[in-house]
Design a protein around this ligand. Structure first.
Ligand SMILES: [Zn+2]
Ligand SMILES: [Zn+2]
Length: 265
């Protein structure tokens, strides 16, 4: 089983917990150390429960608390060469550099990184596997490349970016240059793109779909959810929107659901 919870998700801060029986990883840390500790506590964890921090890319909404957390609690930080060298604060207690095409192991978890098209030095996202259970985080990408689709095939649980609603972005407060950056192939995924990706990926063993990295100016929970529900069936209420200002609940990804569902009655 893999358990997943978001400390928070959105354009002003992202951080996700992924844990197995033996390993607990913090994926990105876009909140201050104080806020991160408070949110961990809310989810029943302390910093000493973490085995490592993984960083997807160096943008502030993913990195704000990484340096302080690493130094204060002696946490190793895993990131690509590009992320490490471009990061404003990379004085980590220890660093483990990886290549975005090479899987690695932390504890009993396999981490399979994959490059994502985004306007950062060397951005990537991750598929996590424990035994046969696979969970992926896919945010901060302007387009779904064939490689991204390949990595996500058969996934059991997913955080997918729903950054903006097309109309809200067009009519919203952002200047045209910033709108163009967000819409570009190296920007962010909108609701429609995420919906199309999910329609293609969906299968009976996809147990939950968490909508993440919503823009507070250019999207709403209701619009993101409605767009997604138009593309995939929300059976067992498996689609949820992650919030910016509070933690999510824990979500369990297990491997037996499909087996039970497929068994003859
Ligand atoms: Zn971001
Ligand atoms: Zn970013």
């Amino acid at each position: 089983m893999i358990q997943v919870a978001a400390l928070g998700s959105g354009s002003s801060g992202n951080s996700l917990l992924v844990r197995s029986d033996k390993t607990t990883l913090l994926i990105d840390c876009g909140f201050t150390m104080k806020e991160t500790i408070a949110r961990l506590h809310h989810l029943g964890l302390a910093p000493s429960d973490l085995d490592a921090i993984l960083i997807s890319h160096e943008h502030g909404d993913h990195m704000k608390g990484v340096g302080p957390m690493s130094r204060k609690f002696g946490l190793p930080v895993w990131c690509t060469h590009g992320t490490y060298h471009r990061a404003r604060d990379n004085r980590f207690s220890s660093v483990r550099l990886f290549h975005a095409h090479e899987p690695f192991i932390i504890g009993d978890m396999e981490v399979d990184p994959f490059p994502t098209p985004h306007d950062a030095a060397e951005p990537c996202q991750f598929v996590f596997s424990v035994n046969d259970v696979r969970f992926a985080n896919v945010t901060d990408l302007g387009a779904c490349t064939p490689h991204v689709r390949e990595k996500l095939a058969g996934i059991h649980g997913l955080v997918v970016e729903c950054n903006y609603d097309n109309e809200m972005l067009r009519k919203g407060p952002y200047p045209p240059s910033l709108q163009a950056r967000i819409r570009s192939d190296y920007g962010h995924l909108g609701n429609d793109q995420a919906g199309e990706l999910l329609q293609e990926l969906d299968h009976p063993e996809l147990q939950f779909i968490l909508l993440g990295h919503l823009s507070e100016q250019n999207n709403s929970d209701a619009l993101a959810l409605a767009t997604m529900q138009a593309h995939v069936e929300d059976r067992h209420e498996r689609i949820s929107v992650l919030a910016q200002h509070c933690c999510s609940q824990w979500f369990d990804v297990v491997c037996s659901v499909a087996a039970e569902a497929l068994e003859p009655a």
